[in-house]
Design a protein around this ligand. Structure first.
Ligand code: IPM
Ligand code: MG
Length: 357
């Protein structure tokens, strides 16, 4: 049966990088019989400009009807002064919440060809292959109450709530353990159980769920130490599982180990494996429209989509192989360029991947 993919280019460099990823999908449709139908929608700042809301009802509806979603990026300086309720980022958060995409997979893989692009020594990062599993629909990002109130003495006070129910912790634990079972079977749960009751419960539930996974080696780490260990000795990790906000922070940190945030895809999955796929980087307004952005994270997001939502692992392997090939050939966008290699544009990189497929 034909699967439906909703394409949401978004803002900034989003449209440029998504265009290359769509070309990759089109190539697989025409030469490998990939049976998908593409539809486009609006999310983020562009949706606010066109419809008055970063996540228009019709976009959420389209997303619900799709089998998978490919998203570019949202946000930009021109929308920063808007009320927080209608900022572009709310479009993304609304999709995550509206589709219950609670499990966010953020692989940090170092391509050997890019070892010299990392700010860390090659021996510290070579062979790096970490999977960060970030809880995505709970925690302080969504907890109530939240807001800014005025106290009796006239002073304003801002507040947010970190909250996790056992069921939320249990399902993200299972998600992480299931993934670890297909890898090195080691899971490090990151919390702040020495200070925050909420993550004390997180730790307890992790330990409880781990009993169903006797082969998994579960360890625990406080988030401050985890940040330090990620830059000190990142190869000690296999799967890391953590809360929404800790995962936001640690995944950027892990991304930089690999040389460029422009290389890393992500998947956000619901309980049935339906997912939204996006590069983990943002909309990079400073380079938007110049044709210099790296489309590889978005192209690799298509690979994750084929693997996790569309049951097309062989086609995913072909994309991964093609990305390796273009890196072997010395092709580099500006973010991963080093002297002596071939600097290419967004579009040239996309074309090269398609040729390698
Ligand atoms: C991410 C981003 C988002 C987040 C923003 C854009 C809302 O930083 O996907 O990591 O904080 O989750
Ligand atoms: Mg982030």
């Amino acid at each position: 049966m034909t699967k439906k993919i909703l394409v949401l280019p978004g803002d900034g460099i989003g449209p440029e990088i998504v265009a290359e990823a769509v070309k990759v999908i089109n190539r697989l449709q025409s030469d490998s019989g990939l049976d998908v139908e593409l539809e486009e929608g609006l999310v983020g700042g562009c949706a606010y400009d066109a419809k008055g809301h970063p996540l228009p009802d019709e976009t959420l509806q389209q997303a619900k009807e799709a089998d998978a979603i490919l998203l570019g990026a949202v946000g930009g300086t021109q929308w920063e002064s808007l009320d927080i309720a209608v900022r572009p980022e709310k479009g993304l958060l609304g999709l995550r919440a509206g589709l219950e995409l609670f499990s966010n997979l953020r692989p940090a893989i170092l391509y050997p060809q890019l070892a010299s692009a990392s700010t860390l020594k090659a021996e510290v990062v070579s062979g790096l292959d970490i999977m960060i599993v970030r809880e995505l629909t709970g925690g302080i990002y969504f907890g109530q109450p939240r807001g800014v109130r005025t106290l009796d003495n006239g002073e304003r006070q801002g507040f947010n709530t970190l909250v996790y129910s056992e069921s939320e912790i249990r399902r993200i634990a299972r998600s992480a353990f299931d993934i670890a079972m297909k890898r090195d079977k080691r899971v490090c749960s990151v919390d702040k159980a020495n200070v925050l009751e909420c993550t004390e419960l997180w730790r307890e539930v992790m330990i409880e769920v781990a009993k169903d996974y006797p082969e998994i080696e579960l360890s625990h780490m406080y988030v401050d130490n985890a940040a330090m260990q990620l830059v000190r000795a990142p190869k000690q990790f296999d799967v890391m599982v953590t809360t929404n906000m800790f995962g936001d922070i640690l995944s950027d940190c892990a991304a930089m180990l690999t040389g460029s945030i422009g290389m890393l895809p992500s998947a956000s999955l619901d309980v049935n494996g339906k997912g939204m796929y996006e590069p983990i980087h943002g909309s990079a307004p400073d380079i938007a429209g110049q044709g210099v952005a790296n489309p590889l994270a978005t192209i690799l997001s298509v690979s994750m989509m084929l693997r996790y939502s569309l049951g097309e692992a062989a086609l995913a392997d072909r994309i991964d192989g093609a990305v390796n090939k273009v890196l072997d050939d010395g092709l580099r966008t500006a973010d991963i360029f080093t002297e002596g290699l071939k600097k290419v544009s967004t579009c040239e990189m996309g074309e090269a991947v398609i040729a390698a497929i």
